[in-house]
Design a protein around this ligand. Structure first.
Ligand code: AMP
Length: 196
């Protein structure tokens, strides 16, 4: 199994690039944001609980998202690998993911870190808010909260994986195709050394 985390702040392009990566490499895409929005649309108890956190720009509790990921891993036993998008968002989630993968004799092979500067992030989220229909995109205060939560709670996840030399930074500013080219180059390199 080849397992990849696409890492970066809200608005860094993880969703867009995940679609490109999944198409090229056939990995199973696991986005906790998408899974939570699906639960919310279905009005499940989990979705209703999560909504309060999402609408404030806060993180949904670790045990909720870890449970969702655990179920998704079990539901995809034939997967050639997973692309994690928007997960893990705390060090506790990263540690839980390591344990879940360990049970499958697998691990995270690569963390691709999309770097985009703060002003550009807010600009992108404001634009996305006009079309995405996401309440947490439309409000600038919620966006700022999400960036703050990212810095305080999520950024340390990169530290967790850099201890194991798994993190590669990629410039996330500019043309979508160009950025994808750089991501693909890093994935190919890591896949070659993993297989060989
Ligand atoms: P996203 O689509 O990844 O930007 O996620 C939207 C919102 O869902 C976030 O602002 C959080 O409220 C929640 N969320 C998504 N993934 C996670 C996660 N791994 N841990 C906690 N909350 C999450």
């Amino acid at each position: 199994m080849f397992n990849l985390i696409l890492f970066g702040p809200p608005g860094s392009g993880k969703g867009t690039q995940s679609a490109n990566i999944v198409e090229k490499y056939g990995l199973v895409h696991l986005s906790t944001g998408d899974l939570l929005r699906h639960e919310r649309a279905m009005k499940t108890p989990l979705g209703i609980e999560a909504q309060q956190f999402i609408d404030k720009g806060q993180l949904v509790p670790d045990e909720v998202v870890i449970g969702m990921i655990s179920s998704a891993l079990d539901a995809n036993t034939d997967a050639p690998g997973f692309l994690f998008d928007g997960f893990p968002r705390t060090v506790a989630q990263a540690e839980a993911l390591d344990r879940l993968l360990d049970l499958k004799r697998a691990s995270i092979n690569l963390v691709l870190f999309l770097e985009v500067d703060d002003e550009e992030l807010i600009k992108r989220l404001v634009n996305r808010g006009k079309t995405s229909g996401r309440t947490d995109d439309a409000d600038e205060n919620i966006q700022r909260k999400r960036q703050e939560v990212y810095k305080n709670e999520t950024l340390p996840v990169a530290g967790h994986y850099s201890k194991h030399k798994k993190v590669v930074q990629v410039n996330g500013m500019g043309d979508v195709e160009e950025i994808f080219g750089q991501l693909a180059q890093q994935i190919d390199r890591r896949m070659d050394s993993y297989v060989g």
